[in-house]
Design a protein around this ligand. Sequence first.
Ligand SMILES: [Mn+2]
Length: 319
Amino acid sequence: MIESILQLIGRSQTFLIASHEGPDGDAIGSTLALTNMLRTMGKDVVAYNHDSAPLDYAFLPGFDTIVSTLDESATFDVGFVLDAGELSRAGSWIRERCQTLVNIDHHPYSEDFGDIYYVDTEACATGVLIYRLLHAAEQNISLDIATCIYTAILSDTGSFRYSNANPEAFQVSGEMVGIGVDPWSIASGLYESQEFERLRLLALSLPTLRTSDCGLYASIAVTLDMYKSAGSSEEHTDRFINYPRSIRGVEVAIFFRQLAEDSFKVGFRSKGNIDVGALARAMHGGGHHNAAGATVEGSLESVQEWVYARVAELIAELR
Ligand SMILES: [Mn+2]
């Protein structure tokens, strides 16, 4: 698989690299690692994300070159869709714009789209799959590329805390540090460079923390009014769901994020024992074992009541 991707790169000149909407550190890190790799090889590359890249990742080399809109007529020899799970999360139109489509991913159930399907669910991050490409190409890994790969791994392993922090995660990260990546500078860029508005929003949101009677699940909520009071927006809600999840005994964390007057995005995170992908699918949403989501209509109170009741039933069924 890696060999055919390298051959494809060798005979192609123009590339589109895209990742899932609402991008995280792996989406942006792997996009920019591959972008930097191809640009070093003299290729023409457009790095794209529907939601552009959050400012949290502004320290990544190439960040400024990520676009969120494309020329109507732009076409490409090759489209890489990274870390997406489903093509629609990157942009269904990508298929028509690219002669050859490549899916590189580590999500379980990653949709089988693309002419080349390079999915390894054992990989801790899509970033290590890009590392494997570089390694197989025997290409020198620059500090710029190493920074992107390290960030992808750090982000998807929750700073090496999650169960996907496997030996390869440490091996590749160790190699990146050997190349010159400074772990503190990346950690401080990612976690200690918050905008004040984010903390103001968190302060408004924390009083909504709630746990179920059984203590197995807990939630937090953000409303449109809170955005207004805090002078903030959706982009500041990243990782809020970690607060209910961090409570002792909680297995499933729920995040109610208001989209419109009567509509909430309901995000789920599992500590590992309960398949929240199944919970979300039962609510017409989707996702995987540890992270999933659905959209539910109604007021905050009614959505909360309904979701709490459904989760109670589903957990009882799953156990
Ligand atoms: Mn990922």
